[in-house]
Design a protein around this ligand. Sequence first.
Ligand code: DOR
Ligand code: ZN
Length: 341
Amino acid sequence: MKRLSIRSPFDMHLHLRDEDMLKLVAPLSSKTFSAAIIMPNLVPPVDTKEAVISYKNRIKDAIKDDDFEPMMTLFFKPYSKEFLESVKDDIKAIKLYPAGITTNSEGGVSSIDVNELAPTLNAMADLGLPLCVHGETNGFVMDREKEFLSVYETLAKAFPKLKIIMEHITTKDATKLLDRYDNLYATITVQHLLITLDDVAGGMLKPHLFCKPIAKRYEDREALVTLATSAHPKVMFGSDSAPHPKDAKENCGCAAGVFTSPIAIQVLAELFEKHNKLENLEKFISINATNIYNLKRTNKTINLIKKDFVVPQDYRFENEIVVPMYSNETLSWSIDSIIQG
Ligand code: DOR
Ligand code: ZN
């Protein structure tokens, strides 16, 4: 049977939530990944050194003895250089949300004004802290990312020493922007490599595939697949795995987010194999991130085998229930064993 090993997989964009949901989902990432960039959009947002440290401790408690590093982020606000210096060793990046654009982002930035943001962004550039961005306007849902690309350009030009990460890109236009500025990078999710808007809303409405940014057109998906499977050095895997309770998804006001942690590596193996690019998988899921974020790889290794894996219908802990992408469906790669680092 065909086998494949991936050393030190990194998830460069992950939502772990808090309390029982954290206890439910954190082990599903810490089992298979070496480390992950942890999103700060809790309520209230993670925006102090104390909040970063205590959230990291709660994550460590939840993952027990797994060999997994939670790489913490702060929720972007104007911060002083003194504050950033005091917290720089506790975080790997700062995440900027336009106000109200997605889950728990009400405290985000209401307008992206270069002069207003300059003190914080210059300090981040000096300290080598990357800026992760949720790049959407509040325009028409299919155009939100495209409309935001000029903001990325403005930031990239105004702060050439700042590493700017276009999170969860979904459009062909974003893939083209990547090479125009040395300081622009990107993450790509599993779902945006696999689905289009047709899968979300073209037939029966699929709440478990609804996320922000929403999945786009076929040509967008194709451009993303080309970029990821060629392991473009400025692109990293970031699942954006975003669990919500089952009843918040299967609801007339469906929460945005696709839960992919337990299936991500298997699905990526299937996709890269289909495109005859398995040799690039480790770059997309590990090596590129080490270069962009200056990370050290660990020896944790995921051994995959070409054998059916039936995705569990749901995952449960106490009163929490969360439904993964491809619930009850069969994937062609399974995790055979995991060697801790
Ligand atoms: O679909 C999404 N869910 N997109 C985001 O940007 C946030 C995330 C969440 O936190 O639920
Ligand atoms: Zn996210």
